[in-house]
Ligand binder design. Sequence first.
Ligand code: NDP
Length: 332
Amino acid sequence: SRQWELVSRPSGWPAPEDFRLVEVELAPLAEGEVRVANEFVSVDPYMRGRMNDAKSYVAPFGLGEALTGGAVGRVVASHSDALAVGDLVSHDRGWRDVAQGPAAGFRRVEPVEGLPSSVHLGVLGMTSMTAWVGLLVVARMQPGDTVFVSGAAGAVGSVAGQIARLRGAGRVVGSAGSAEKVALLTERYGFDAGFNYRDGPVVEQLAAAAPEGIDVYFDNVGGDHLEAAIEVFNRGGRAALCGAISVYNATEPPPGPRNLSQLVGKGLLLQGFIVSWYAAEHGAAFAAEVGGWLRSGELTYDETVVPGLDRTVDAFLGMLRGENTGKMVVAV
Ligand code: NDP
């Protein structure tokens, strides 16, 4: 089988030479283990952080070791009573074509008729749960709120904006990095307004799109977007700090928002979160609500599918550059 390994730790933007695809021999299955043929592997922004040798909420990738990440596949051999050949499973041994290990590391998921199994990485998986938890549990969005979502045409953002609308937000504003993506925000995902952050200062474009101010900010980007949100927040505003992709490849510590003193007079609450902290408590409610909206057609989603395990690094770098709309996945 084949797996991707990290050869060197990137400084700034990762280069293809930082990775290599290697052929490995699989050990015979031990008692209690399963072997899974991956159908889709996920590429995610957080993986960039794991390529650094830095203390974080998740350990760094090891040099010369297989990379890991979200994946979905079919059990092709089983030495466990917990999983049978043919079961569809979601797990964290991505970046390879065949995964194997103790059955407890693989979670059985129900195939959804008419939809590819990749939905378990995106709209029914981790990125969608991030949107749901961030908006409703962390930022505690209330009906009538004006909500701003950055990275709004991506996997998390496109779902966050739709959940805001479906949960009764008064106005939903999104930002993205191209005219095509901004058009999708209003035409496909039901945002009330959108802007291209490359067209001019974010703070000016946000103030124009949300003339009455914002109450909730779902932050996927950090940097100038966070500073703009603080500037435009109404009193009592809440931000869910989900990610800061604008600084993931920075080689110097990025400057903080220059207007943090506004937190005092506006009574703002800015809270970071990691989705996995909330899975046990809120996973079932998330799956029921978002699954329902998906079946009823009230919620839509996009995926950008890159074919071939050998193109996983291209997909990862492409995602960091904004080549995806919705969830970026690799079809193995
Ligand atoms: P996306 O599908 O949104 O893909 C990343 C997108 O980021 C690109 O498509 C690009 O879109 C945008 N981007 C890249 N560089 C910049 C930049 N300099 N400024 C603004 N936008 C940029 O990825 P995900 O939906 O998977 O993740 C979105 C965010 O959520 C990330 O910050 C990620 O780290 C975070 N996250 C956090 C989790 C948590 O538990 N806290 C869990 C999952 C994700 P464009 O063309 O618009 O620039």
